[in-house]
Design a protein around this ligand. Structure first.
Ligand SMILES: Nc1ncnc2c1ncn2[C@@H]1O[C@H](COP(=O)(O)OP(=O)(O)OP(=O)(O)O)[C@@H](O)[C@H]1O
Ligand SMILES: [Mg+2]
Length: 261
C-alpha cells in the first residue's frame, strides 16, 4: 500500500479541480474553508415506516447528532436498532419523517430531488457491507463509475483518477481484474476507492468489514482511517466490531432507535 494516501485522494488534485471547472462541474474549495463547523447535524430526527398505514412504525426517535469536519465516528448498536435507517437518512437516500438534517450547514428539507441528487453525489460516498461492485466490470471501471455518471470530469481524467485511486489503495496491479475475480477484502478496498472517487466530504460505511476476516477487516479499516487523517474526509462507520470502534474518534450507540446518552 502507498506510504500515505496523499491529499490527492481525498481532496482532489489541483488538476482535478481545474479540470472539473473546465468541464463545468462545481468547484469545491478545500475542506478547511467551509462555513459551518460541522459536516453533519441532525436535530430531533424521527423516521417512521409505512406512514398512514395500520402497520406504521417509528424506528428512529428524536435523534440529535453532530459530526465535525474530519471526525471519524463509530456507530454501534444491536441488530434492528436503526443504524442503517439512520445512515440512509444521512446519505439522503431517505427523508426523515420529522426533524432537521443539515449537511455542511444546509437544511436539506428545502431541497428538491435534483438538488438532493447533486448534494449526495458531490458530498457523500458510500461503502456497504457487501461492497456492491459491478461484478462484470473491472476494478478500474468500478472506480470510474461515479465519475462517469456525474460527467463532471473530462473522460481522460476519469481513467487517470481511477488509476491514481487504485494505486493509492495498493491495488494498481488489479486494475484490469474483474471485480468478481478479487478477494472480498480487495473488493472492499475497491469499494472504498469508488466511494472516494467524487472526492466526498463525508463517507458513510455500513458494516463495511462485517463480511471480512480479521486481517482484511483491519486493512479496510486502516485504509479508511488513513484517508481520514490525510485528507480530512469525515467518516460515519457502522460496525459491530468493538476493536475497530475503539480506534475511531468517538463511539455512539443506537438502542431502539435512540442515541444512548
Ligand atoms: N423499509 C422498511 N420498512 C419497514 N420497516 C423497516 C424498513 N427498513 C427497516 N425497517 C425496520 O426498522 C428497524 C431498524 O432497521 P435497520 O435496518 O435500520 O437496523 P440496523 O440497526 O441497521 O440493523 P442491523 O445491525 O441488523 O443491520 C427494524 O425494526 C427494521 O425491521
Ligand atoms: Mg443495518
Amino acid at each position: 500500500m502507498a506510504k500515505a494516501i496523499s491529499s490527492e485522494v481525498g481532496t482532489g488534485s489541483r488538476e482535478d479541480n481545474a479540470s472539473r471547472q473546465q468541464a463545468g462541474a462545481p468547484f469545491r474549495s478545500d475542506r478547511s474553508g467551509q462555513g459551518s463547523s460541522e459536516i453533519l447535524r441532525l436535530e430531533k430526527v424521527c423516521k417512521a415506516y409505512n406512514v398512514g398505514q395500520p402497520n406504521e412504525t417509528e424506528v428512529l426517535h428524536d435523534i440529535d447528532l453532530e459530526l465535525g469536519h474530519g471526525e471519524f465516528l463509530a456507530l454501534m448498536g444491536p441488530s434492528g436498532s436503526g443504524k442503517s435507517t439512520l445512515l440512509n437518512i444521512v446519505g439522503l437516500l431517505d427523508r426523515p419523517t420529522s426533524g432537521r438534517l443539515l449537511i455542511k450547514g444546509q437544511d436539506t428539507a428545502a431541497l428538491g430531488d435534483a438538488e438532493i441528487t447533486h448534494l449526495r453525489g458531490h458530498t457523500i460516498g458510500f461503502v456497504f457491507q457487501y461492497h456492491l461492485l459491478i461484478s462484470a466490470f473491472t476494478a478500474r471501471e468500478n472506480v470510474m463509475m461515479p465519475m462517469l455518471v456525474d460527467r463532471g470530469f473530462p473522460n481522460a481524467e476519469i481513467e487517470a483518477r481511477a488509476n491514481r485511486l487504485l494505486a493509492q489503495i495498493g491495488l494498481e496491479k488489479f486494475a484490469d481484474n474483474l471485480a468478481n475475480n478479487m478477494s472480498g477484502g480487495q473488493q472492499q478496498r475497491v469499494a472504498v476507492a469508488r466511494a472516494l472517487a467524487m472526492n466526498p466530504d463525508l463517507v458513510l460505511a455500513d458494516e463495511p468489514t462485517g463480511n471480512l476476516d480479521t486481517h482484511s477487516a483491519d486493512a479496510v479499516f486502516a485504509l479508511m482511517r488513513q484517508v481520514n487523517r490525510d485528507s480530512g474526509t469525515s467518516f460515519l462507520l457502522v460496525t459491530h466490531n468493538i476493536e475497530l470502534a475503539r480506534r475511531c474518534d468517538r463511539i455512539i450507540e443506537v438502542i431502539d432507535g435512540r442515541i444512548r446518552a
